[in-house]
Design a protein around this ligand. Structure first.
Ligand code: ZN
Length: 195
């Protein structure tokens, strides 16, 4: 059986663009910040063909790591974990925040020393991934890698394990009062709204 070549950075971003999951312009994000890039993985991952191809691509980078289980933070990472796990032939689990703490719920368990891969759709600060890593370690698992479809951390999210992203994306956010795009007279758009 031949494995298809992993998608290149360009192919990954093209999948996002084709599905409207990556827009460039002047946006008002849910957080209230303004940005020159709008990223919404759910618009890509709603298409199983795209989710499968991206999952296979990320899985390919970790094929030799002896991964036994793939984990992701709910909700955004669940489909990514599922598709990566499918490609590796292993389990896909997800963590959820309970009282502000990332936990394994729903009867999910890890064996002692179980080799885990933590994935996300997009790594921004790396905070969620770090919480999942901590959760895995508390359950006796060993994190052997960290993967994301897109890295928009600008290289600031570092982990002491193998780290792979299919694409990196420079995206800058600004408080509205400091937004250079606003200063040019442009008006920020809230993606997904028609107003
Ligand atoms: Zn602005």
């Amino acid at each position: 059986m031949t494995t298809p070549a992993p998608p290149t950075e360009r192919e990954t971003l093209e999948r996002y663009e084709k599905r409207g999951g990556l827009l460039r312009g002047h946006f008002r994000l849910t957080s209230g910040l303004h940005s020159d890039v709008y990223l919404q993985s759910a618009l890509v991952l709603q298409h199983p063909e795209d989710a499968g191809a991206l999952g296979e691509g990320l899985a390919a980078a970790f094929r030799d790591e002896g991964v036994q289980t793939v984990l992701a933070p709910a909700v955004g990472g669940i489909i990514v974990a599922h598709e990566v796990a499918r490609a590796l032939g292993v389990r896909a689990l997800f963590t959820e925040r309970e009282d502000g703490v990332m936990r394994l719920r729903r009867g999910f368990t890890l064996g002692a020393g179980e080799r885990c891969l933590v994935v996300e759709d997009v790594i921004t600060t790396g905070g969620s991934t770090r919480e999942v890593v901590q959760c895995v370690e508390e359950h006796g698992g060993v994190v052997v890698g960290v993967g994301s479809l897109i890295d928009r951390s600008g290289g600031t999210a570092a982990f002491p394990v193998k780290r792979v992203a299919l694409a990196t994306l420079a995206a800058t956010t600004y408080p509205p009062e400091f937004c250079p795009l606003c200063k040019t007279g442009s008006v920020a758009i809230k993606p997904g709204s028609r107003t």
